[in-house]
Ligand binder design. Structure first.
Ligand SMILES: [Cu+2]
Length: 183
């Protein structure tokens, strides 16, 4: 499963970091006559920084293109859903939501078609997080007052999806939720 491979990746990364720290710690314990230790340390530092920068460069070039912000960037969405978050509810609508008289409606989305959520907030910052029927987080963005964040997604499984708030926004935060259907 994807979560397992991510967990394994971070465990391996943690193990490598631990080995590097242990290596650096013990290699700094040697006797130092004629200043060899300083030269050695400088050489090690150079290689350490070089390997670190190359690894970070490889990691960034592999992961950044997979960022969800570029998902479906060159496709036209077949449905646009306006989302207004507020303490303590999410309003979803196919029409523009009037901030002075905000009203939502029940939403049914087509499966395997590109949907764009245009997410904003009417009061404080909220999180707009979509969970599938197994309560796995599948995509999310922030709902911010004064901004509209676009979130694009293709739902491949029909069913009931749940929206939960991912940002502590006040006393009603734990009950802030909404649902929609995909068919
Ligand atoms: Cu919240």
């Amino acid at each position: 499963m994807q979560q397992d491979s991510i967990l394994h990746f971070f465990l391996i990364l943690a193990a490598i970091s631990t080995i590097v720290f242990v290596f650096v710690f013990f290699s700094s314990w040697q006797d130092d006559t004629n200043n060899e230790g300083v030269k050695n340390a400088l050489r090690k530092r150079f290689w350490f920084i070089l390997i670190l920068l190359v690894s970070l460069g490889i990691f960034a070039s592999v992961t950044i293109p997979k960022s969800p912000y570029f998902l479906f960037a060159d496709e036209v969405p077949s449905k646009i859903i306006h989302v207004s978050a507020m303490q303590y509810a999410f309003l979803l609508s196919e029409k523009n939501i009037d901030a002075k008289n905000p009203v939502g409606e029940s939403i049914i989305l087509p499966s395997n078609r590109l949907v764009e959520f245009r997410v904003t907030s009417l009061d404080v910052n909220h999180g707009f997080a979509i969970y599938n029927s197994e309560m796995q987080l599948i995509t999310q963005t922030q709902a911010m007052p004064g901004y509209v964040n676009s979130l694009r997604y293709k739902f491949d499984k029909p069913g009931k999806y749940q929206v939960l708030c991912l940002e502590l926004c006040g006393v009603g935060h734990p009950v802030m939720q909404s649902t929609f259907k995909v068919q």
